[in-house]
Design a protein around this ligand. Structure first.
Ligand SMILES: C[S@@+](CC[C@H](N)C(=O)[O-])C[C@H]1O[C@@H](n2cnc3c(N)ncnc32)[C@H](O)[C@@H]1O
Length: 424
């Protein structure tokens, strides 16, 4: 596998001496063999060089996925975690590439021995072996002990939405959905801690559908964290709106409501937090636009089906050799659409990040755009030229969100809600 394409941080390859190479290989072999021999307990990678952004450490555990033993890497950043599951050979590739490049310490615990890979001041690698600390391996069942943000017991809305049965057990075909929602809330939980709200927090879920996310966010923020929230789900389908409002009433969620509306027609401009999970195609752009217009403090949106620029990219002759393959065109369209979205958000004063919020085994639509309003200077010209470069490279005439912002450029009144500094 080419690890650079799949892993989270990419490493600048530095020359590693033959001696170090052998030591690193030995260490990685001990790790892989301990998993194969069912002796692996855990491994932690640390002493990460500053070039790996805010990555602090990596925790590795063994998991069983569809009867295959894999290694699950949790990349711990300052304010979030990202999880990637690797086959044993992918994990081996990763270790060989990362150790001695940007990672300079690794602690491996097995039931037969502990192994500590260390680098001295001259960056010479050494393995120190010690008596095993652990005598038993941990249960390989994936995510069994993971924290749940939403309680499934006596949970009216989860029962009515048919995520759990009467006994509180998650229904077999709803496990993936439950995981997505749980993870989404975990992320909101970590983001919301950095924002101080004085009054009631107004949250809008755009394209709320059956309301899985809307109910869970309300339940967590209101009932678990005790926050003063008012949440509204916006959805075009009348039937879904009706059902959700009836479930909200039965759950006694007084500050939660659902409204039949098209996202593009929504005209409230006092949103504090805007969320959306898989609003289709340009509905995600309408969503981001609503957040921008409201000067929302936080926008958390997982996009879905990126069709809008696909037709334009197809015509781009420069990339014909790639785009003649449908799937490659589709993947590129996703990447370019979201990259331009991120730049457009930055242009509006949002610090923006895009990452996989959950493993692709639970949903292929696993990218999350997180945009936080900042008061820092906006490098307007620089960002605009980056957007133009991207559009020109991929033969794109227009991006839907860009159009929305341009069309409303004359009406700048919404910008003054919370002025930010623009430079030219
Ligand atoms: C893929 S579903 C996701 C539903 C929900 N967010 C979830 O993750 O369970 C997308 C939902 O967005 C709604 N939707 C799509 N475009 C919309 C628009 N322009 N305005 C309002 N709702 C929209 C659809 O009716 C659908 O219910």
């Amino acid at each position: 596998m080419n690890i650079n394409q799949n892993q989270i941080c990419t490493f600048v390859k530095i020359k590693i001496s033959k001696m170090n190479e052998n030591t690193i290989k030995n260490f990685s072999t001990q790790l892989i063999q301990s998993v194969e021999n069912k002796e692996f307990v855990k491994c932690t990678l640390g002493k990460i060089s500053s070039s790996a952004k805010d990555l602090q450490n990596i925790y590795i555990k063994a998991i069983e996925l569809k009867s295959n033993v894999m290694l699950s890497f949790t990349f711990r950043y300052a304010r979030r975690d990202e999880v990637k599951n690797f086959s044993l050979s992918e994990a081996n590739d990763y270790m060989l590439q990362a150790l001695g490049n940007e990672i300079f310490a690794a602690d491996l615990f097995t039931t037969s021995k502990n192994y500590f890979l260390k680098f001295n001041k001259k960056r010479i690698a050494q393995i120190i072996e010690q008596k095993a600390t652990f005598s038993q391996i941990v249960n390989l069942q994936h995510d069994k002990l993971k924290k749940r943000y939403i309680s499934t017991e006596n949970n009216i809305y989860l029962q009515r939405l048919e995520i759990v049965g009467n006994n509180g057990q998650i229904l077999k075909n709803k496990e993936d959905k439950f995981k997505q929602i749980n993870k989404f809330i975990e992320i909101i939980d970590s983001l919301i801690k950095d924002i101080s709200f004085e009054n009631e927090i107004k949250i809008i879920d755009m394209g709320s559908g059956k309301g899985y996310l809307t109910f869970a966010v309300y339940d967590y923020l209101k009932n678990n964290l005790g926050l003063n929230v008012k949440i509204k789900g916006i959805e075009t389908q009348e039937k879904l709106v009706e059902i959700c409002n009836s479930i909200a009433k039965d759950s006694q969620f007084e500050n939660l409501s659902f409204e039949q509306s098209n996202i593009s027609n929504f005209n409230e401009t006092d949103i504090d937090i805007l969320i959306s999970l898989h609003a289709c195609d340009t509905a995600t752009d309408d969503t981001l636009y609503q957040g921008i217009k409201s000067n929302a403090r936080l926008i958390v949106s997982s996009p879905c089906c990126h069709k809008q620029i696909r037709g334009q990219m197809n015509k781009s002759k420069k990339l014909m050799q790639i785009n003649k393959f449908g799937i490659l065109l589709e993947r590129q369209a996703e990447i370019i659409t979201d990259a331009i979205r991120a730049h457009l958000l930055e242009l509006q004063g949002y610090k923006t990040n895009i990452f996989e919020f959950i493993s692709a085994e639970y949903t292929g639509k696993n990218l999350l755009i997180v945009a936080t309003k900042t008061a820092t200077e906006i490098k307007t010209m620089e960002i605009k030229s980056k957007i133009e470069e991207l559009k020109s490279l991929f033969g794109i005439d227009f991006h839907y969100l860009e159009k929305l912002l341009e069309e409303n450029e004359n009406d700048q009144s919404w910008r003054n809600l919370n002025p930010v500094c623009h430079t030219h």
